[in-house]
Design a protein around this ligand. Structure first.
Ligand code: ATP
Length: 952
């Protein structure tokens, strides 16, 4: 769709008056568009989507698969093997019926298959990531048909009227219709980090630069503060961002830590196998005193090269990660960046917000404090039913103008809506404010009714930095004296005195109180004495130490409407009204989650904007704060240098009254101490800390788009317990990956050593062909490995310390286990091989003289079945485990054994795979030797148990 399809004059929205713009787009600021108009415009302009800039194309993704060093080695093997076959064919050495180039074809098929698998996985991973992004993608609030509704960003059309507030990522370009204190960060577009003040009323010259078009907003930029109503002018590729979309990065495709570890593994394996090949060739040449057996040595080398590459591993890893991501979503943790699945298991410190994450975010006001009296408020939830009680006696609020004035402030200085939904009282908006509406309604004071008496004309919005907000209302229609209809009217008249406007302010009590010079006790404001001030602060502490969230209220009569940005001037010399304390109960499941964290060596830390005493009460209740732990306030933190903070950061478990910028310093200090930090956040200013954290976590329900965009993981239920659950899943995923790597590579080492030993101990011929090795690595190792990937968590998975994210894949005994088991595996098979060779070459042997090779092949396969069963646990013996707790392993073992026997006993398969018939006795001997592998792994566990060590 070209820009021409927009109405004439639409190229320069900034030089149009709002009404002109609305007319051009045939829209209405109050009604928005009708569903029919939206439908037509969607047809006409298409969805509001950016076309992804071309990253790698399909061919490049496919080609990239073949740059893997292990696959390159396999390709070389295929060609050398093809050359040898060609020589045999020319020399007429092929046996009748033998398929030439079988190994070459099989290896190349595996290489291509691996390439295609890798390709499918990568494209699917990209698609899955895109789908995850979609899930977390923002909804936009728009006015359609006169009602406020939320629609997906891609459904926006030119002419829509969208509503913006702090934290929103703007989804389309638009002309501002109304704005209040609107500040937008446009760094995505202009590179300018500083937020820009935006205004609706201006009409700018046509030639104004993009960065100066302050009556427009642009897609991809972020609302830092304030509110606005915006007419959508351009969507999709016609937005300013769309125009430069081709310059944007495609989906991030940095290798994940696991991919890096796999590359490291590939290099070690390939180097190791080349060294072994060299040893075998040199050893073979020396033994034969010449190059007579060079062809056999070459065949041995080729087999070894095939044996060392774990062909099935990439597929198993991808499946494991995909399953891990799915399991996490089922537990309400949405992974936005894939590496998080692997690295979650490494988290050592979880820094969590309090409100909503550790607590339920369902506020109920419990007490009100005015004029030195603490009044208890009864009632539950958001239902506006309950009493005001003084010394356990119900009091008539109508006759207490000080309380009435406070309740008016609660209802007016408020952006939430209290309403009945499906018969239940519920709130739209911030629960803190919802509780205040409920409180006021308990005294019959309703926001809707006050709106006509006190229409809002301006505001200084709330932010976590300011910790307060103010609204300015014009005072209308208040009747006093005998004409007054309600008890509220005389109170309002009393507050406004002879002025035209009233400002109501609420926020953190210390901040509000410090800006007050007078106090309202029900009559006229009187100067606030030091004694009164101390009393209020003492009451504030009293309420906070009970775990209540406390807000302070004040007001000020004004003669004019303050201009935008003049908060510092106007929010001074206020008249104090009182305190309101509300309970936000801890989430019941969090206590157990905190306990689980501690056992798992993870330290939970509370970071909150709330009062230190409130924070401490809740943290103590939840077990986050322990004896000796420190509370640090934002002010103290502000005074500390980075070094001082770093020295203290391990001792502090509660940060109170902090601003979002402090969060960044806390993460950095923890990281400098070597901690692996998960950090939650919801506000627009939390984004830097979320980005800096090793695992940045955004809130799915209360989080802003900006915080979600910066995060690695989104909590769909905003719950701390979900972080712990996801961490556990991360550990399970990583443990299972390590488990099947041990399983697969132990076997590869065993195979390589067995093949290498055949010529060295003077046996004639190569025991295993490349085709048989591929079969083992893909099928007989691959299936059980896949089954091990879904192994349920071991009971102690959250009882051991976190993994270091920087550790090598061979750390914590994995490397030594692989080598040890590889050697044991080789000793078992080489012993069998020696016995079998002598047996089939003994005088009077009736059967196939090459049957020893198939005995080696069969033993290698069946021994791995025992290994798969035993390796399910590092510490528990197999008889101590529930054999049915992972049916996949049982199934894989049965299926694989049957398949292996088919290769020996079904003639066409025997022919194709070049195996030999085994009689019952030979088969029994293979099974007997194979069982030794199982026995060994079990004995290792017993040994560790008696030695008092635990394998990890
Ligand atoms: P957390 O960071 O754990 O979510 P919080 O919700 O208390 O804690 P903020 O939302 O940043 O953090 O609030 C900080 C302080 O600002 C609160 O303790 C309260 O005193 C004040 N406050 C919160 N909400 C409002 C509001 N809607 N209007 C005025 N002041 C508020």
């Amino acid at each position: 769709m070209s820009a021409n399809s927009l109405p004439e004059g639409a190229a320069t929205w900034h030089s149009l008056e709002v009404n002109k713009a609305l007319n051009l787009l045939d829209s209405n600021a109050d009604q928005g568009l009708t569903p029919k108009e939206v439908e037509q415009r969607l047809q006409k302009y298409g969805p509001n989507e950016l076309e992804e800039s071309a990253g790698r194309n399909a061919w490049q993704i496919l080609l990239d698969q073949f740059t893997n060093i292990m696959l390159l080695m396999l390709i070389a093997v295929a060609f050398i093997s093809g050359f040898l076959d060609f020589m045999s064919w020319r020399a007429g050495e092929l046996k009748p019926g033998e398929v030439p180039f079988k190994d070459t074809i099989a290896i190349l098929a595996i290489v291509i298959l691996n390439g295609i698998l890798g390709y499918i996985q990568e494209s699917r991973a990209e698609k899955a990531l895109a789908a995850l992004k979609q899930l977390a993608s923002p909804l936009v609030r728009v006015i359609r048909n006169g009602r406020v509704v939320e629609v997906a960003a891609k459904e926006l059309v030119p002419g829509d009227v969208m509503l913006l507030e702090a934290g929103v990522q703007i989804a389309a370009d638009g002309r501002i219709i109304e704005a209040s204190n609107l500040q937008v960060r446009e760094s995505a577009l202009t590179g300018e980090a500083e937020a820009v003040n935006k205004q609706a009323t201006l009409v700018l010259p046509e030639e104004t630069d993009l960065g100066d078009r302050i009556n427009l907003v642009f897609q991809g930029t972020e609302v830092v503060q304030g509110r606005a109503k915006v007419l959508v002018s351009n969507t999709g590729m016609r937005t300013e961002l769309g125009k430069i979309a081709a310059m944007l990065q495609a989906v991030d495709s940095e290798p994940t830590p696991l991919q890096q570890r796999m590359t490291q593994l590939g290099n070690v394996l390939v180097t190791g196998s080349l060294i072994l090949v060299a040893i075998v060739v040199v050893g073979g040449v020396i033994q034969a005193r010449g190059f007579s057996n060079i062809r056999e040595l070459l065949e041995v080398s080729l087999s070894m090269a095939v044996a060392v590459v774990p062909e099935g591993l990439p597929a198993v890893i991808t499946v494991t990660l995909a399953l891990g991501t799915q399991r996490m979503v089922r537990r309400n943790a949405l992974i936005r960046k894939l590496p998080a699945v692997e690295t979650l298991g490494s988290v050592t410190t979880i820094c969590s917000d309090k409100t909503g994450t550790l607590t339920q975010n369902k506020m109920v006001v419990q007490s009100v404090y005015t004029d030195s009296r603490s009044v208890r408020v009864t009632g539950e939830g958001y239902a506006p039913t309950g009493d005001f009680q003084l010394n356990n006696q119900k009091i008539p609020v109508e006759s207490h103008p000080d309380i009435l004035a406070l309740l008016v402030a609660c209802a007016v200085c408020n952006d939430s809506v209290l309403q009945k939904q499906n018969g239940e009282w519920a709130i739209l908006g911030d629960p803190t404010e919802g509780a205040l509406l409920t409180l006021a309604a308990k005294a019959g004071i309703e926001k809707d009714q006050l709106n006509s008496k006190l229409p809002r004309v301006a505001e200084f919005p709330f932010s976590s930095e300011r910790k307060r907000m103010s609204v300015i209302c014009r005072v209308e229609q208040v009747a006093t004296g005998e004409q007054s209809l309600t008890a509220v009217d005389p109170v309002i008249a009393n507050l406004v005195q002879s002025q035209a406007y009233l400002m109501f302010t609420k926020g953190s009590p210390e901040i509000i109180l410090s800006r007050c010079t007078q106090i309202y006790l029900g009559d006229h404001p009187t100067p606030l004495t030091e004694e009164q001030r101390q009393k209020v602060l003492a009451e504030n502490d009293q309420m906070a130490s009970k775990g209540l969230r406390v807000l302070g209220f004040a007001y000020k009569p004004l003669s004019e409407v303050p201009p935008e940005g003049s908060d510092e001037t106007y929010e001074q010399e206020l008249v104090w009204l009182g305190l309101v304390g509300m309970l936000d109960a801890p989430r019941p499941e969090v206590r157990a989650a905190v306990q689980e964290c501690r056992e798992a060596g993870i330290r939970p830390v509370m970071i909150t904007g709330d009062h230190q005493l409130t924070a401490r009460a809740i943290a103590t209740d939840l077990g986050i704060a322990q004896a000796g732990d420190r509370v640090l306030t934002g002010q103290e933190l502000q005074r500390m240098s980075d070094q001082e903070l770093e020295q203290n950061v391990d001792l502090v478990s509660i940060y109170a009254r902090v601003a979002p910028e402090h969060k960044l310093r806390i993460v950095q200090a923890l990281q400098r101490r070597g901690r692996f930090v998960a950090m939650t956040g919801d506000g627009v200013n939390d984004a830097p800390a979320i980005k800096q954290a090793d695992i940045g976590i955004a809130m799915g329900i209360t989080g802003t788009d900006v915080s979600k965009e910066a995060s690695d993981m989104v909590l769909l239920d905003d719950n701390f317990a979900t972080i712990v659950a996801a961490t556990k899943e991360g550990r399970v995923v990583y443990t299972n990956i390590r488990r099947f790597i041990k399983y697969i590579l132990g076997s590869n080492i065993g195979e390589v050593l067995t093949i290498a030993s055949a010529p060295l101990i003077g046996l004639g011929g190569v025991p295993l062909t490349p085709l048989q090795i591929l079969w083992m690595n893909l099928v007989t190792d691959g299936l059980p490995a896949l089954a091990l990937a879904v192994e349920p968590p071991e009971p102690d998975v959250m009882k051991r310390p976190p993994f270091s994210p920087r550790e090598s894949i061979f750390a914590r005994g994995l490397g030594s286990y692989m080598i040890r088991i590889g050697i044991i595996f080789a000793i078992i098979t080489i012993s069998l091989m020696a016995w079998a060779y002598n047996h089939t070459h003994a005088a009077g042997y009736q059967g196939d003289r090459d049957a020893w090779k198939t005995m080696v092949f069969t033993t290698l396969c069946i021994a791995q079945m025992g290994h798969a069963i035993a390796i399910r646990s590092n510490n528990q013996l197999t008889i101590e485990m529930n054999p049915f707790s992972n049916l996949f392993v049982l199934g894989a073992v049965v299926v694989t054994t049957i398949l292996q026997l088919m290769l020996v006993y079904v003639p066409p398969l025997r022919e194709f795979f070049g195996t030999h018939y085994l009689n019952l006795q030979e088969l029994a001997i293979c099974i007997g030797f194979s069982a030794l592998m199982f026995v060994w792994v079990e004995l290792e566990k017993l040994f560790l148990r008696f030695a008092g060590k635990k394998a990890v």
